[in-house]
Design a protein around this ligand. Structure first.
Ligand code: EPZ
Length: 422
């Protein structure tokens, strides 16, 4: 088990290359299961979550060759349609194989994901949608057993209670091989949904409206392999904006998709940061002291829940009081207790955190609890006076590629060390 040791209080500078998007790569990899072919996917980020999904794929019979971020998947000889608990419990996104396996093979058996640090994380909308497409779903012994009708899944009009990213992705993939047309209403609008639709259409699917709340999929009889390049990770981009903001730095973020970050940039501009676009690069210049700004997380294009913890770290040292509301996950405030150990002044009121800015945080040993909480504690440690230790950094490795190397290249004093098991 590793930890980060960070000496804070330093200004950073330089250029950072943003890696491929974890939350785009995971559904795109799952989509490759829809075809009996080879797929080539470029710019796949080297992350633990990607490695976990590849482990699952190999158990299904997928042959994978990976070299420098280019992945070739041979999905012609699938030997199993079962995603077992040992893998699914590690990563909720494994449930994204349910739609593709059911659509292509007429059956699938996937372990229920169970909860995780940030909440219960049910998949009821995934299952209800598949039932509307004719699937027979039974839940027993912690598994979902899904069987399609003899003639295959049938297109349906599915209206989501809430715009679930995973449910939109799973049902979009399942609908590609269904008979007839499927309409997804109140669908998630995240950029990762648009990217998945691009990948599916490159396989011969007929998906339209992705990125809006109404997506139409006209089923086809089969699909070919894809050749897709994963786009840059918008949450990693936002995380580095937060790094610049918290350390009074000026950074250049390379090869990003500016349009995917409007809400994040808008809130950091209100906090006093200045931005300049140079080609595909984004320059961010932080003020000497941030102003406090309120946020309320919401489905895209609102302020992303995956940036809430990082923004909170910045507000801990802002001038004034900020109100941070979390509306997506029921337990995504675990970073607050650790930030308070570093001197942050935060009071909790259900899904509202009231953050009173203090002039300085002080370095301390803190514990990571989930992926974005880890990023939040790193940001706070970079801003804090003195040395911090961030334990259980394996949470970070799920979603950030070589973060300590990227930070060190910007002048941060951060190193990864073995952690005595606590
Ligand atoms: C995706 O998770 C992301 N993960 C999450 O990012 C992100 O926080 C989330 O979308 C919201 O933007 C990936 O893309 C791999 P949801 P997902 O289904 O699909 C409830 C990160 O840090 N819900 O949109 O699991 C659910 O409980 C991760 O990179 C149901 O009730 O999220 C939650 O409250 C964390 N029933 C809300 O909807 C369902 O059937 C949003 O969940 C499905 C979801």
């Amino acid at each position: 088990m590793d930890k980060f040791v960070i000496e804070g209080g330093l200004k950073l500078e330089g250029e950072v290359a943003i890696s491929g998007s974890k939350n785009a790569a995971l559904p795109v990899l799952a989509a490759s299961l829809l075809a009996s072919d080879e797929s080539m996917i470029e710019n796949v980020p080297k992350l633990d979550d990607i490695h976990t999904l590849c482990q699952l794929f190999q158990k299904l019979g997928v042959k994978i060759v990976e070299d420098q971020g280019v992945m070739i998947l041979d999905t012609r000889n699938i030997t199993s349609v079962e995603a077992t608990y040992d893998i699914v419990r590690k990563m909720r996104a494994s449930v994204l194989v349910l739609g593709p396996l059911l659509a292509r093979f007429g059956k699938a058996r996937v372990s229920l994901p169970g909860g995780c640090a940030i909440g219960a994380r049910p998949i009821d909308m995934h299952l209800t949608g598949l039932e509307q497409m004719g699937a027979k779903i039974t839940l027993e012994h912690g598994y979902v057993d899904a069987v399609a009708p003899a003639g295959g899944l049938v297109g349906a009009r599915i209206v989501f209670d809430i715009p679930s990213v995973g449910a939109t992705e799973n049902l979009m993939m399942a609908a590609c091989l269904a008979q007839g047309t499927t309409l997804l209403e109140n669908a998630a609008r995240e950029p990762e949904i648009e990217e998945l639709a691009q990948a599916l259409n490159s396989m011969g699917a007929r998906v339209s409206g992705a990125g809006s709340s109404m997506i139409q999929i006209d089923g086809v009889s089969n699909l070919r392999g894809m050749h897709h390049r994963v786009g840059p990770d918008r949450i990693e981009t936002g995380t580095f904006i937060a790094v610049a903001a918290a350390t009074k730095s000026s950074l250049s973020l390379k090869d990003i998709r500016i349009g995917h970050l409007d809400a994040v940039i808008d809130h950091f501009q209100k906090a006093g940061c200045e931005f300049k676009v140079e080609g595909a690069n984004l320059l961010v210049q932080a003020p000497e002291r941030l102003k406090s700004v309120d946020i309320s997380t919401a489905p895209y294009p609102g302020f992303p829940t995956d940036m809430q913890a990082q923004f909170m770290a910045c507000m801990c040292i802002a001038n004034g009081t900020s109100h941070i509301e979390e509306h997506i996950w029921e337990n995504r405030f675990m970073h607050t207790l650790e930030l308070m150990r570093m001197g942050a002044d935060i009071s909790m009121h259900g899904n509202l955190a009231v953050v009173r800015g203090v002039p300085k945080l002080s370095g301390a040993p803190v514990m990571a609890t989930d992926l974005r909480a880890s990023a939040s504690l790193i940001i706070a440690a970079l801003a804090a006076e003195g040395v911090s230790e961030i334990l259980r950094i394996y949470h970070l490795d799920r979603g950030y590629v070589a973060l300590e190397k990227k930070l060190a290249q910007l002048g941060a004093r951060v190193r990864r060390e073995k952690q005595e098991v606590l």
